[in-house]
Design a protein. Structure first.
Length: 189
């Protein structure tokens, strides 16, 4: 179950204050229909994280265990540092209003996640943990834990979250994963 719970926690923390959370807030304010937005987030995240997980799974089967652990340690450090930088949503990233809330959310979330820290984290977590399906389900649940309250509560919740503290906790979690991966690399080689 570690393959599920660690990715859930890591992605939920990393997602707080992320541009996709800001996007969820924007979509909730624009459409005021939470369930199509939530389902759009679910489908977009599953599709995006499945692709990321497949890449991570391929990496874990291609690289030697020692090389993989050092790569993971470096990548986790990079994501930890990236997590400390607040995200902003650009005006041109706003979904087109001609689509309904489900399609607008699906497309906007899928594209916003491309190259995002939670997608990179999914690649690394799928490379780290053996159960590909549990990792994808965990990262998806993590996304939902961070975004569904924003969709349901809108501005009220988003304005009251201690984003700096949450970003620091997420960075600390990534650094702990980096330290553990480095420890494993030293133990293996």
């Amino acid at each position: 179950m570690e393959s599920f719970f660690i990715p859930t926690l890591i992605v939920a923390l990393a997602e707080i204050g992320d541009k996709t959370q800001l996007l969820a807030l924007l979509l909730a304010a624009r459409y005021r229909r939470p369930w199509p937005i939530i389902w759009g987030i679910v489908v977009a995240t599953l599709a995006n994280h499945f692709a990321a997980g497949a890449i991570g799974n391929w990496i874990s089967n291609t690289l030697s265990p020692v090389t993989l652990r050092w790569l993971l340690a470096g990548a986790f450090i990079a994501v930890a540092l990236w997590t400390l930088i607040p995200d902003k949503l650009n005006e041109d990233e706003t979904p087109a209003s001609r689509y309904g809330p489900f399609i607008a959310t699906l497309v906007a979330f899928f594209l916003a996640e491309m190259g995002d820290k939670t997608q990179i984290a999914t690649v690394m977590l799928a490379a780290r943990y053996p159960d590909f399906v549990l990792v994808i389900l965990g990262t998806t649940v993590g996304m939902l834990l961070a975004n569904v309250p924003v969709v349901l509560a809108g501005n009220f919740a988003a304005e009251r979250l201690p984003l700096t503290l949450i970003r620091r906790l997420a960075a600390a979690a990534f650094m702990a994963l980096a330290a553990y991966a480095a420890y494993e690399a030293l133990s293996l080689g």
